[in-house]
Design a protein around this ligand. Structure first.
Ligand code: ZN
Length: 305
């Protein structure tokens, strides 16, 4: 139910702001609790936990987003390069941008928030309990931290899709192709490498050799319906939902978490700031999630009687 409206509407990717309807503010709601013991009591009984994560988790690992003040690659921000139109116009420049982002990730590591989530999943799985990460991040830091159940709403920097045959494949090559070696410098004075399209990453399927693109959801593109359907199932069945490092104003958390809360399921927000949705949630833990999340998700001691 939750996500269905996304799949059949003109809903696009994360950059779309959800409608913030008046009723949120017009009801007088209590401020969410920041009582860690109360959260942990609920956490100790939850069997199916959905964890929505966003850019804030990656930011604490130093992953650049190329958005907002100072967030430039050469003269551009992500919304100017991460589009099908930009790729059609200048695939060499867009590949330089993504090559740079892939290479940057080789120097970044999961932070305590990623690790706490992964450890929680592993620990709870031994008790027959389930943790699913639903992320808008494309950097695979959850996977590298050890998380297994991950739904990547926006795809991955380390997957490619063939423009000819549609094949999607994992790709961790560095550099991704010979022509991109040493390219992609972010300084504003760098000239475009103008790599001929035949030398950009190409499909390795027998007889195809089509042009590859990053398998990420670009501005103006719709999300993968299989991933959305899976996310819907998780959110419909979860008995605890965490919103970590993402503003609940911006899709997907804006759409998902308030509806989970409306179902009467406890939602706990771990974020640097309040958001318009905060008042709908049971818990809000303020601060960097690398600091707030580990104590919230650490193991419970064996039952003391
Ligand atoms: Zn192909």
């Amino acid at each position: 139910m939750i996500v269905r409206q996304l799949t059949c509407g003109a809903i696009r990717n994360s950059h779309l702001y959800a409608h913030l309807r008046k009723p949120w503010g017009s009801q007088s709601m209590a401020r969410p609790s920041s009582d860690l013991a109360a959260f942990r009591e609920i956490f100790s009984k939850a069997n199916n936990i959905a964890i929505l994560t966003g850019a804030g988790v990656s930011a604490e690992s130093g992953v650049p987003t190329f958005r907002g003040a100072g967030g430039y690659w050469r003269k551009w921000q992500a919304q100017e390069l991460a589009t099908p139109e930009a790729f059609a116009r200048n695939p060499s420049r867009v590949w330089e941008f993504y090559h740079y982002r892939r290479e940057v990730m080789l120097t970044k590591n999961p932070n305590p928030a990623h690790l706490a989530i992964a450890e929680c999943e592993e620990r709870l799985s031994k008790q027959g309990r389930k943790v699913t990460v639903i992320t808008q991040n494309i950097d695979e830091l959850h996977r590298r931290a050890g998380s297994k159940n991950i739904l990547e709403l926006h795809g991955s920097l380390f997957k490619t899709r063939c423009m000819s045959c549609g094949d999607e494949a994992a790709n961790y090559k560095s550099p991704i192709c010979a022509a991109l070696e040493g390219k992609g410098a972010p300084d504003p004075n760098t000239h475009d490498a103008q790599i001929p399209v035949q030398q950009l990453p190409r499909c390795e399927k027998t007889g195809c050799h089509g042009l590859l693109r990053p398998a990420v959801v670009w501005f103006g593109e719709t999300l993968d319906s299989d991933v959305l359907t899976s996310a819907e199932k998780v959110l419909d069945s979860c008995d605890l939902c965490l919103v970590v490092g993402t503003s609940s104003v911006v899709y997907p958390a804006a759409m998902f978490a308030p509806q989970v809360a409306a179902r009467g399921v406890p939602v706990a927000e771990f974020n640097m700031e309040d958001t318009p949705a905060t008042m709908r949630f049971k818990f809000h833990f303020h601060g960097p999630c690398g600091t707030t999340l580990p104590p919230a998700l650490m193991g419970h001691r064996v039952q003391e009687k």
